[in-house]
Each structure stands twice: as C-alpha cells, then as structure tokens.
Design a protein around this ligand. Structure first.
Ligand code: ADP
Ligand code: MG
Length: 454
C-alpha cells in the first residue's frame, strides 16, 4: 500500500518534485491509528511535514482506514531505508504534471555549479518610480549599487509590505552592479536559500555551497521572513552573513518587517541585520500611485486618460503589483480590441478586481472588534458618553476606520452617532499621538489593525 501511495504522490506532485523530496521517506512502524514515516534530516522532515503532511495523512487513511495520523520523524541508524524510485510504478492518474517546477527541483543537482539567480531585466532603477514613501529606500539602494560595502550601508536592510518594490530595488542593485564591472552578485529568495542549503546537505556538498556563497562580492537575500522557524537555515545564513561582512562584502536583505519586529528570528541575527542601514518602504500614497500608473501607461504606448488613472489609484491602494496588473489588463484589452480606454470600459474590464477591492473591512466590523477588545458595548461607539474608558476605544475605532476604509471623515463621523468630521480628525490625531507616547497602546492598535486586515 505504501507503493500505491508513492505512485499517487508521484502523479500528484510530478516526477521531479517527487524525486527531490518524497523518495527520501522510509516506512516506520504502525502503532494503533498512527503510522511513522522516517526522513533522513530534520530539514526534510519539516519540509515534508509542511508541504505534504496533510496529503500523506489523507492518502494513508484512504489506503488503511484505521490509520488516522501520520507521524514524521528523523530516521536513526538502523531504521529501514526508503523504497528506491525505480520500484515505484508510474501513476496512472490522468492529472497532468504541473508545468511549474519548483526551483529546487531544477537546481538541486547542480548546487555546486551556479549561485546566480537570473535578475528580471524589467526591474531597474530607471523603471522604479520614486516618491515620498520609497525615496529613502531608493536612495540607499542607489548608494549600495554605486559603492558596495560602504561603512554604514552594510547590511542594507529593506523592508515594507507586499508589492511595494523591495524585490524591484534588489534586482536594480544587482543589474547596476553587474553592468558596472567585475563584481560577483548572488541574488536569491530566502526560500531558495533554504532549498539550496537542503539540497547541499543531501548531496553532501555543504562545503562547496558555503564556499560559493562566501566567494561573492554582493549577496542579496529576498524575503528573509521566510526563515522564521527554520532554525538550521537561519544558523547557516548567520554564519554566511558574518563571514561575508567580515571579509568586507556587501549584504542586502529584504523582509516584510523591520529587524526588531521579525520575532522568530534569532536575536543575534536580528541584531546584526539592524547594524547597517535599515530602510523602510512605506505604503504608497495616491500621488505615487498616479506617478507609477503614468509611467507604466506611457511605456505601453496606449493612451490612458487621467480620469482612468485616478480611478485606479483611488480603487486599488493595497499594492503596486495589483495596480500594475489592473493597468496591464486594460492595456491588453485596448490593444486587442482597438478600443480607447474609457472609464466605462475600465469598470467593465476590471469588474472582478474592483469588486474584490470593495470587499474590504467595514466600519461596523471595526466598531465591533474594537468594542470587544476593550470590553465596551457596541452602542457606545455611537453614544454620547465621554468617559475615557469609552471615548478612547471610540477614537481608536475612528482612527482605524480612517486607515482601513476609503470613507471620508464626514462619512465616518456619521457612523459614530452623527459626529462632526472635525471630531473624527481630532480622534485620528489623538490616537496617532498616543501611539507615539505609549508603546502598549500602540501595540493594541496595531494588533487590532492586523486582525481587521486579515
Ligand atoms: P515586493 O518585493 O516589495 O513585494 P515587488 O518589488 O515585487 O514588491 O513589486 C511588485 C511590482 O510592483 C513589480 O512589478 C514592481 O516592478 C512594481 N513596483 C513596485 N514599486 C514600484 C515603483 N516605485 N515604481 C515602479 N514599479 C514598482
Ligand atoms: Mg518581493
């Protein structure tokens, strides 16, 4: 039955992925409703658990209904060996093997030979639109590209929300450096770093892997938050990091949070990450979104009226990637049908995207969550009571309404017992001020925001 499960898995995940991850599994003992599967390393165990754990349980349960749990363990000497790949029949399931092969699948066998991940040629400094929210990060990136390893800029730590241009800036640094001459640059996502590290362990080439990493002039690791909870990879990264910085090489790292907020990363690593230049990319402003749209529209050669650009910049505020996606769709449509881009056409073509963006958090939800959090009655959100234990949560709710919805101040005021827009403005200012003064309060507000956004 294990053979059958293997065959199924092979059919589901594709040969390459199967070979990379799943051929390492050996069969352990069955104990009651639990079967133990064995993996050669902790990494592989964690990886298989996170990626295939649920599916493995399902398949075992289908095969042997009494089995309800699959336990994944690290094998010890003397444990049974995995079934060799040749013995696993090819799956007959008709599901086509996915086109997309994971990076490790492609790179695992030649970890030794190359470290360089191709840079996206569209991501250059020239195509990056600079505005208030990203000008500092941009300036730092330029500086590093011009003069790597300058004092105070090593490491360069870029952080910010999804789709705000971190990867774009890193590729731009890489492109600039490569163009400027004989500098070796390695760029990879933290995820890929982990894959490669695991692959190196498996093929017993960790020494080569380390040597390769430590021989580059500039190492860039994207989305470092991926390493949270991956202790061994973190450890390896930490050593690489130290070796490179000590040798006067440049490190560039990106993450979704600042080093101090990346809880789950080892303290000593966080400390070192924060030692150079830490640059925050803030959420886009309306002005920046317009500039980005204008620049991308101009590059496409399709005339997009200002009204349409404003409409998009108003509607799609979350991240640049989505904004770009929407604009690209409009442009494709215009090219395909040879029709001019109008506001009406935009609403039609982007119907689904726009709908998704309307489905954002409502003021009612905000009021409810905030009232729950501070244990006050929902009706107090619109009542006239001014006691501080009620007034403060109400102000927070107004603040969050302003931050998380696209409602205007008067609209928000109306939802809070017909209060004046100046009251809302005051609330927003007051909460902002308090957050600066009182860290515990700021944490409460941030927590609420996160809960409401998810
Ligand atoms: P992140 O890595 O921060 O999630 P990316 O760098 O992948 O974001 O950016 C998402 C998309 O938005 C990319 O196509 C990128 O080119 C584009 N983008 C983001 N910021 C800008 C900007 N300031 N100017 C031009 N394009 C941008
Ligand atoms: Mg990115």
């Amino acid at each position: 039955s294990w053979l059958r499960i293997c065959a199924r898995l092979k059919g589901e995940v594709g040969e390459v992925e199967y070979r990379t991850w799943l051929t390492k599994i050996a069969l352990g003992p069955i104990d009651g409703d639990e079967i133990t599967l064995l993996l050669p390393t902790r990494f592989l165990r964690d990886w298989v658990r996170s990626q295939y754990g649920d599916r493995l349980s399902e398949l075992w349960n289908q095969e042997i209904p009494s089995i309800r749990r699959v336990e994944l363990q690290v094998a010890r000497a003397g444990d049974p060996a995995p079934i060799p790949l040749e013995n696993v029949p090819s799956a007959s399931t008709a599901t086509p093997v996915q086109e997309e092969v994971t990076p490790v699948a492609r790179t695992a066998p030649e970890v030794r030979s190359d470290l360089v991940t191709a840079l996206d040629s569209r991501f250059t400094f020239d195509t990056f639109v600079v505005g208030k929210p990203n000008e500092f990060a941009y300036a730092c990136a330029r500086r590093v590209a011009e003069k790597p390893s300058s004092v105070g800029f090593n490491p360069l730590f870029l952080y910010g929300g999804v789709g705000l241009g971190k990867t774009h800036l890193m590729h731009a640094i890489g492109a600039e450096l490569i163009q400027s001459g004989n500098v070796s640059v390695a760029y990879m996502s933290a995820e890929k770093f982990m894959y490669r590290f695991i692959a190196a362990i498996r093929s017993q080439s960790t020494i080569e892997f380390k040597e390769q990493l430590r021989s580059v002039d500039v190492l860039m690791i994207d989305d470092l938050q991926f390493l949270i909870g991956k202790d061994n990879t973190q450890e390896e990264f930490f050593h690489t990091f130290n070796a490179l910085v000590d040798a006067g090489r440049q490190i560039v790292v990106s993450a979704d949070k600042s080093p101090s907020d990346l809880s789950g990363l080892e303290d000593r690593l966080r400390t070192r990450l924060g030692c150079g230049m830490v640059a925050d990319i803030h959420a886009t402003t309306f002005e920046l979104r317009i500039s980005i749209l204008e620049s991308k529209a101009a590059a496409s050669g399709v005339v997009v009226p200002g009204k349409v650009l404003e409409f998009l910049a108003h509607k799609i505020t979350s991240n640049v990637r989505e904004l770009e996606g929407a604009l690209n769709r409009l442009i494709a449509h215009a090219n395909l049908f040879g029709r001019p881009v109008t506001l009406e056409a935009t609403q039609e073509v982007l119907h689904d995207i726009l709908k998704a963006h309307d489905r954002r958090v409502t003021i009612e939800e905000i009021q409810k969550k905030v009232a729950e959090h501070w244990n006050i009655r929902l009706t107090d959100m619109s009542s006239a009571r001014r006691a501080r234990n009620v007034a403060r949560p109400r102000q927070v709710a107004m603040y969050l309404a302003k931050q998380l919805t696209s409602r205007s101040l008067p609209e928000i005021g109306r939802k809070f017992g017909n209060r004046d827009h100046t009251t809302v403005m005051h609330a927003v200012n007051r909460v902002t001020e308090l957050m600066g003064l009182d860290a515990a309060f700021a944490e409460d507000v941030e927590l609420l925001r996160r809960m409401l956004e998810s």
